[in-house]
Design a binder for this molecule. Structure first.
Ligand SMILES: [Zn+2]
Length: 546
């Protein structure tokens, strides 16, 4: 079909020469047949043709730029359907990130180097993206004493996912946490761990709210530095193969920078906001519903758009990350339903945080009721995270026309989840059950705090069942083809870009990643080590390995 389409274009003279041709490669198109090609031609921002070297060579003209792939594999640009990247712009370059670091020794060396480079009293910190169970050589958290030795003169805050934060003495002092004084008001009650003598150990717990109380007090980039921070963040994401993302919360300051870059044709990542404000308490529901009625999505384009209400509907019903079960009260569910009814009535898509089995069932009860009054079939409502989802729940979702946005927290939290859920953690998430259900589903990270950020680490997890560091933490794995489809073509549906993105096909936007090794052929354990050598967004080379 491609060859004949090409023939028509050539014979009718509709064809201008290609701007760019990539040839002599293994083009993993991720089209509906998962076909493999040798070459691809790009004209402007879109893919003009995909085929054999010989077919594509006919599209070359005197001004065509040619790249010899030398046998390298090419995949569609990776899409994360849910990553908190916009807010990350204010801290990414300040953080000592441990994404993918498998050795504690290496983490300590990184910390030492940062201490050496830091000015006196300067904060050294990260805000999640790792957990100590990922350290193969020595899976331990950092103690107050150890951090004091490593960094006697700098406050240090190392946050493991949203599970716990490790502080040194300088950090405790700076945050005004003292042995003989009550906890500062901004901390979650009980979240500051103290020994028998009342001395703070340096450990802060309290799930998302507990960790955020620390993160909120860490220094961020100022307005004048934010553009540089955002640029470094986007470059690192392009280097990791990411070209599009869905983002809960539409941080206006960073989005304004992206808009500016877009107008200058140098925005190197596509951004799709899940926005809208959840009600936080019963009194907030009427106001939130009024706001839903005024929401206008889809006013943007294939670079920046708002595509869904999310990721919370009624905030008190958000599952904490490390709770092992939930029991959503009927009065709160009634408020959740009122909100959901308004969202359906307004015809808005919905992407909502739902993790634990009872929560998923309770939300589906509400959605089934909503669906009777305002059918949601074509609204692409998605439950997000869903690590504890079951086969029957997936069937209910399919009947409603819903999608599953799967964010395997176990990529870094597998060890913690096994402590909490025991054997049940081996099915969190139940990837093969999800895949075999036939539901539309996509992979994301829920980074940058809850989880790590790198797509090839997520793909490695999905194929091997192993968390960062190599410990096997889930038993339900999927094929590397299905994992890649979930991180590309299927994710395009979540951002309402399936006509533009997700596969290397004529007519689609030319978002592609050239890999240093063949995703389909290497041993599965090496998938995490894949390094993009070139990333293209809309036909522009946005990253090239040197
Ligand atoms: Zn969430």
């Amino acid at each position: 079909m491609r060859a004949s389409l090409l023939g028509i274009l050539l014979t009718t003279g509709l064809w201008a020469q290609a701007d760019l041709i990539l040839s002599n490669g293994k083009i993993i198109t991720v089209d509906e047949r998962f076909s493999i090609a040798q070459a691809v031609a790009i004209q402007g921002s879109r893919i003009a043709a995909v085929g054999t070297d010989q077919q594509i060579a006919r599209l070359a003209g005197p001004n065509t730029r040619r790249i010899d792939l030398k046998g390298k594999a090419v995949i569609p640009g990776l899409i994360d359907n849910h990553i908190h990247l916009l807010r990350e712009a204010a801290t990414w370059t300040k953080e000592l990130r441990f994404d993918g670091v498998e050795s504690r020794k290496q983490a300590v060396e990184m910390l030492r180097a940062r201490v050496k480079a830091a000015g006196p009293g300067e904060w050294i910190y990260n805000i999640g993206g790792w957990a100590h169970q990922q350290f193969v050589d020595d899976p331990r958290s950092f103690t107050r004493g150890e951090l004091d030795t490593l960094a006697p003169n700098n406050p240090v805050s190392l946050q493991e996912s949203y599970y716990q934060v490790s502080l040194n003495s300088r950090a405790l002092e700076t945050l005004k946490i003292h042995a003989n004084l009550p906890d500062p008001a901004e901390f979650v009650p009980g979240s500051i761990e103290r020994d028998a003598a009342g001395r703070p150990t340096g450990v802060i717990r309290g799930d998302i709210a507990g960790a955020r109380a620390v993160a909120n007090q860490l220094p961020k980039l100022g307005p004048g530095q934010l553009e540089g921070g955002a640029e470094a963040l986007v470059r690192d994401m392009n280097r990791a193969g990411l070209t599009s993302f869905g983002v809960p919360g539409c941080d206006a300051d960073v989005l304004a920078i992206f808009q500016k870059w877009k107008s200058q044709e140098r925005l190197n990542i596509r951004t799709f906001c899940l926005s809208g404000t959840a009600a936080g308490n019963p009194g907030g529901v009427d106001g939130a519903i009024a706001q839903i009625g005024r929401m206008k999505l889809f006013q943007g384009d294939s670079f920046i758009d708002e595509v869904s209400f999310g990721e919370s509907v009624y905030a008190p019903l958000n599952d904490p990350m490390f709770a092992v079960k939930s029991n959503p009260p009927p009065d709160q569910l009634a408020l959740w339903r009122r909100m959901a009814m308004a969202i359906a009535q307004a015809g808005l898509p919905l992407h909502v945080h739902a993790e634990l089995s009872s929560t998923i069932d309770a939300f589906l009860d509400q959605i089934e009721a909503v669906n009777k009054e305002h059918p949601i079939k074509n609204l692409r409502w998605a439950l997000a995270h869903v690590n504890q989802i079951s086969g029957p729940q997936l069937e209910r979702m399919k009947r409603l026309g819903m999608y599953a946005a799967v964010h395997p927290w176990a990529v870094i939290n597998g060890g913690i989840m096994h402590e909490g859920f025991g054997d049940g953690a081996y099915d969190m998430p139940p990837l093969s059950t999800i895949q075999n259900s036939g539901i539309t589903w996509g992979l994301g990270s829920d980074g940058t705090a809850a989880n790590q950020t790198r797509p090839f680490t997520t793909l490695y997890f999905a194929v091997t069942g192993k968390m960062v560091g190599g410990k096997k933490v889930i038993r339900q794995t999927i094929s590397r083809e299905d994992a890649l489809i979930a991180h590309t073509r299927k994710n395009a549906y979540f951002i309402f870009q399936e006509n533009n993105l997700g596969a290397i096909q004529p007519g689609k936007l030319a978002d592609m990643v050239v890999l240093d090794r063949d995703y389909l052929a290497i041993p599965a354990d090496q998938i995490k080590d894949i390094q993009p050598v070139m990333t293209l967004v809309g036909g522009r080379i946005v990253y090239e390995a040197r």
